[in-house]
Design a protein. Structure first.
Length: 636
């Protein structure tokens, strides 16, 4: 019923199917080969079924077996080729990664810009197989590209050229920020032939990529003429783009590094100069300290000895063994010095001044000045300066003794003179007016001498740290008015151009004071007011009751006192107005003595002054009362 086909036809169909599949599926992937083989097998079965309906038997086993075997062989071949391709891609990837790592190592290992750029360009030549390479940067001022580095046989000549932005392949890359890959550059209209012709370097292929930094194009990297007449690829372009980005970051870092290095060099130079000056200054200070007659001991913030000179070692009787770095309390055996260093010092009270016999029992008097060493409110240590003042103390004692001796010796003749003047004044009716004037003048000068002697006697007691003797008595307003009037009459002869007035009310409460010392205070203050009022003017003595005291003030319209002179106002032997010293006589102890006499009465003295407008000196004396009287008798 069925007509079989000849056996040779089956062989022919099998061969045709196998050869066709081998030719058609040679370049397909493994899964494509498998799917195509299955489709061919199904198609062959379909053809067999169609012929079967026509009662024609088509050979099945041999063709299908051939189709299956060929499909499996093609699948195996496709899998092998795919594995080989994957391996080759991995090898190429590893080679690219290794190349990039070499560039990264090159960039990280060098800070020399020229050396690094040459290394990058030689790497581009090797990896991309280029005949030449170059790096160009944009000159913002002239809007042109200039060659920063180049390699190749014309590298030295090409560095002298510049390229306008938008002109040539490199100029277009710089203007647009997009890479260009041109493998037929000789016929490409975008290629600038002028540079190639000028240096006699034909350009056949060009790969140019932009260098971007912070979103802006800062330059272009070029690779020229692929070796072996081959063409640049997109992989080459991607690799060069990575290199260009790293080069841009390096150039920026190199510029910052160069600026930083310049600043560091400048700072180092300044530091060396400052160190040299400090060393010179330190040497001078050390020499000065060592040569000082005064002893110097300096400690750090932890009270450890930082500096000590020879004079200090001798004064403190220290051994010559090294004491630097040791605690001051362990170095000094004298408890008085140790206690001085142990006292707290602050910014407000940063100085201690003492005077002591050092060493104890030696008879040598040393003045110690301990100060806090600070820098911008930071405690750095302490400094002790010890000055031998034995000679000055002895001179001061001799001066005090001399003043006391002379003052006492003058008291007797002055008392006698005062008695004779009183005697003459009581029997002056037979004397002429001129002789009476002479007697009054002698009386005035004698009283001035008495005041002066009293001043020096009081000063000698003050300097000897002996209390002033106060002969307390009650002085009412009438006695105060007469006392003040007598002083003004005595001073009026030396101040004919001044207006001397008093303002002492009759209802003023009585005060407790030493009449002679109160007279000394008023005499000194009124005398100063007259001396330092060269243009004349009004001098007023006023008194007012304030609480438990009577406040007496002496005002003038003289030259006044500046703020800088105020702290030295009540110092002894200190005259503030140097310009007036030649014109005005005086000893410079009046205000010093006034301060101590007022304080001996339990009062205070103060001054208000304006330069050029005059001064007002005010002092307080206690009001007489039962409680003050008891205190006064105890004090006397």
């Amino acid at each position: 019923m069925f007509q079989p086909l000849p056996w040779w036809l089956g062989l022919l169909l099998t061969a045709a199917a196998c050869l066709g599949m081998g030719w058609a599926l040679a370049g397909l992937k493994a899964w494509s080969c498998l799917a195509t083989g299955a489709a061919v097998a199904v198609s062959y079965l379909g053809l067999g079924l169609v012929l079967f309906t026509l009662k024609v038997l088509l050979p099945m086993i041999l063709p299908l077996l051939g189709i299956i075997l060929v499909s499996l062989m093609l699948v195996a071949r496709a899998a092998a080729l795919s594995e080989q391709e994957q391996h080759r891609a991995e090898v190429e990837l590893q080679a690219r990664i290794h190349s990039l790592s070499r560039v990264g190592q090159l960039i990280s290992s060098s800070r020399d810009r020229d050396r690094l750029l040459d290394g990058i360009l030689h790497w581009i030549e090797t990896e991309l197989e280029a005949e030449a390479a170059s790096v160009m940067v944009i000159d913002e001022k002239h809007r042109r590209l200039r060659f920063l580095a180049a390699t190749g046989e014309k590298a030295d000549q090409i560095k002298d050229f510049t390229v306008e932005l938008g002109h040539g392949i490199a100029g277009q890359v710089a203007a647009t920020g997009e890479a260009l890959l041109i493998n037929e550059a000789a016929s490409d209209p975008r290629q600038a032939q002028d540079i190639a012709q000028a240096v006699d370097f034909p350009v056949n292929s060009v790969l140019a990529v932009p260098m971007n930094l912070h979103g802006e194009v800062v330059g272009v990297v070029e690779a020229l003429n692929k070796q072996g007449a081959t063409a640049f690829t997109e992989d080459d372009a991607g690799l060069l783009a990575v290199i260009a980005q790293q080069a841009a970051m390096f150039l920026d870092s190199a510029q910052l590094y160069a600026e930083l290095q310049q600043r560091v060099d400048f700072a180092n130079a300044e530091l060396r100069e400052v160190n040299a000056r400090l060393n010179d200054e330190k040497a001078r200070v050390e020499t000065l300290v060592e040569q000082m007659v005064s002893g110097v001991v300096a400690t750090d913030a932890r009270d450890r000895v930082a500096l000590i000179n020879n004079a200090a070692q001798k004064m403190l009787q220290l051994a010559e063994a090294a004491t630097l770095g040791e605690p001051i309390l362990a170095v000094v055996d004298d408890n008085r010095i140790a206690d001085l260093f142990a006292r707290p010092l602050s910014i407000e009270s940063g100085v201690h001044i003492e005077q002591m016999e050092l060493p104890a029992g030696s008879g040598r008097i040393v003045r110690l000045h301990l100060a806090l060493v600070e820098d911008q409110h930071q405690h750095l240590g302490k400094c002790l300066v010890m000055t031998d003042v034995t000679h000055f103390v002895e001179l001061n004692r001799m001066r005090t003794d001399l003043i006391s001796f002379v003052s006492h010796e003058l008291q007797n003749p002055l008392s006698a003179l005062d008695g004779f003047i009183t005697l003459l004044a009581t029997d002056a009716t037979h004397l002429s007016a001129e002789n009476n004037s002479y007697i009054q003048q002698i009386d005035r000068l004698a009283k001035r001498m008495q005041y002066l002697v009293a001043d020096f006697l009081n000063i000698s007691r003050i300097e000897a740290d002996r209390p002033l003797f106060i002969a307390w008595e009650t002085i009412d307003s009438n006695r105060l008015q007469r006392l003040t009037g007598n002083i003004i009459e005595l001073q009026r002869r030396d101040a004919p151009s001044h207006n001397l007035i008093t303002d002492i009310p009759d209802e003023l409460p009585p005060l407790r004071a030493d009449r002679h010392k109160l007279e000394e205070i008023l005499t000194n203050l009124i005398s100063n007011a007259i001396k330092f009022s060269p243009r004349g003017g009004t001098i007023q003595v006023a008194a007012r009751a304030e609480d438990d005291f009577v406040k007496i003030s002496v005002s003038d319209e003289g030259i006044g006192i500046s703020d800088q002179q105020m702290p030295h106002l009540f110092q002894r032997f200190r005259r503030l107005h140097e310009a007036e010293q030649k014109r005005v006589s005086g000893t410079g102890v009046g205000l010093f003595l006034c301060k101590h006499l007022v304080e001996a009465h339990g009062g205070t003295i103060e001054v208000q002054s304006e330069p050029g407008a005059g001064s007002t000196f005010s002092f307080t004396i206690p009001i007489a009362g039962a409680d003050q009287q008891g205190q006064a008798e105890d004090a006397s």
